[in-house]
Ligand binder design. Structure first.
Ligand code: NAG
Ligand code: NAG
Ligand code: NAG
Ligand code: NAG
Ligand code: NAG
Length: 396
């Protein structure tokens, strides 16, 4: 009887707020909707095997959701997705070519390491070894930063830290925990990109945040003459980096000096990210260096990545938030996202809007370039970031 009453009450409440189609957990809804659409399953839209960092990002969220809910559906979907790009003998296919020396495919590596932990099946170790071997031969700047890709001569991009270094750290933890030079190298990847892309104080429109990337050789068309950095701060690039900071801290042993180096970077950036949010909406501009400029807009993937990073950073004590203003900023942004970027489809699935399709330093890196790229519906980079943000929000 009490249960029936509770059901009726919750139905009436839902109807009254007009939220009847919205399930109680946005994390579950986002994940179920991606699964229903067949997103992130190791196949491209034509059904061909495809190694994709977006799938790796979704799988990271599904793993967290599986750990939280115990629902095997999420685990099984990860297994299916990974099996679609790794043969039984451990060969990674789906377009992967080691000698492209691209950091992007390596974002699927944490999935292989996770499945190896869970199953002890050799194929996952073999697949992970392939990526580790790529890192051994990966081209670097003379300071030691991995190039984003072989074809991007001497360029470090913030995106690459998320793509390559979570895998590098987890692999080191699982198989080479005493390999000091690997831990030093991982820390150095975070440090070098920070040092080379940090916006100098005194710059106009100062945010104290990080430009999208840099060219150590200063030859790219967009490279600044003084330090070789690109001209704008792009929200998603910084979002990838912020997520990498909070995720790698779970992996690097806290006794390692790299742990405090990375915490210090996070503690510097977190309040600046908070302060860069638009004061009205609480979310972040696509081009963070040019707030309010015509054609600039509030972008959903970077905003969701910041919410995840800020909430997780505070929850685990990596970031100090004595006055609560960081959590408050993240909550404000999260509420804006739910009201403005989450849509209910007629089949009951969740749709996600306002994620910019791409941002690359293969072009001229200008404001005009970033705002010329379109947004797409249900973009997996943004939807997965919203899943991650929702998991953190629902932990509060
Ligand atoms: C697990 O999740 C799936 C997808 O949301 C759902 O259909 C199923 O009922 C869930 N299972 C349990 C045991 O909650
Ligand atoms: C691994 O399996 C695939 C698919 O069966 C096959 O094409 C490939 O030659 C195998 N590779 C090795 C190293 O055995
Ligand atoms: C330790 O890590 C370094 C840097 O990645 C690598 O060159 C070396 O082969 C690793 N050592 C072992 C024993 O695997
Ligand atoms: C500073 O921001 C304003 C407002 O978005 C913009 O019009 C201007 O171009 C920016 N200046 C620089 C140097 O980026
Ligand atoms: C940079 O590229 C964008 C589009 O990709 C173009 O609209 C713009 O004119 C270019 N700017 C310069 C200075 O070349």
């Amino acid at each position: 009887m009490a249960r029936v009453t509770a059901l009726i009450v919750s139905f009436l409440l839902a109807a009254a707020t007009g939220a009847s189609a919205r399930p109680s957990s946005y994390a579950v809804w986002a994940a179920d909707s991606a699964i229903k659409r067949g997103q992130g399953n190791g196949l491209d839209s034509t059904g061909k095997a495809s190694v994709s960092y977006e799938h790796g990002e979704l799988q990271w969220g599904l793993r967290l959701l599986y750990e939280k809910t115990g629902n095997k559906t999420y685990y099984n979907y990860i297994v299916t997705g990974a099996n679609n790009i790794v043969y039984d003998n451990g060969t990674v296919h789906g377009g992967y070519t080691l000698t492209d020396f691209s950091l992007d495919p390596i974002r699927t590596g944490p999935t292989f390491l996770y499945l190896y932990q869970q199953t002890k099946q050799t194929k996952w170790k073999t697949a992970a070894d392939t990526y580790r071997k790529q890192l051994d031969g990966h081209p670097r700047t003379t300071e030691g930063q991995f190039w984003h890709k072989l074809r991007y001569f001497n360029q470090g991009w913030l995106d690459g830290i998320y793509m390559g270094d979570i895998f590098y750290a987890q692999y080191t933890k699982d198989f080479q925990v005493t390999n000091t030079s690997a831990w030093v190298d991982i820390t150095s990847q975070f440090n070098l990109i920070y040092k080379n892309t940090l916006q100098a104080s005194g710059s106009s429109n100062y945010t104290g945040l990080l430009y999208h990337g840099y060219d150590f050789s200063h030859t790219a068309v967009w490279a600044s003459s003084d330090r070789g950095h690109s001209p704008e701060i792009w929200d998603r690039a910084l979002g990838w980096y912020a997520m990498a900071l909070v995720d790698v801290l779970d992996i690097i042993p806290s006794s390692n000096t790299g742990h405090s180096t990375i915490i210090n970077i996070l503690r510097t950036l977190a309040p600046r990210i908070r302060d860069a949010a638009d004061p009205n909406t609480g979310v972040w501009w696509l081009v963070m260096t040019q707030p309010g400029r015509a054609k600039n807009y509030f972008e959903s993937s970077g905003s969701a990545m910041f919410v995840y990073s800020l909430l997780k950073g505070v929850r685990l004590g990596y970031v100090q938030d004595p006055d609560g203003s960081i959590v408050k900023a993240a909550v404000k942004a999260y509420k804006y996202m739910v009201s403005n970027w989450v849509v209910t489809n007629s089949d009951g699935t969740m749709g996600w809007t306002n994620t910019v399709e791409v941002g690359s330093l293969s072009g001229n890196g200008t404001f005009d370039y970033y705002v010329s790229v379109g947004t797409i519906l249900n973009d997996l980079k943004g939807l997965s970031a919203f899943l991650l943000a929702s998991i953190e929000y629902e932990n509060l």
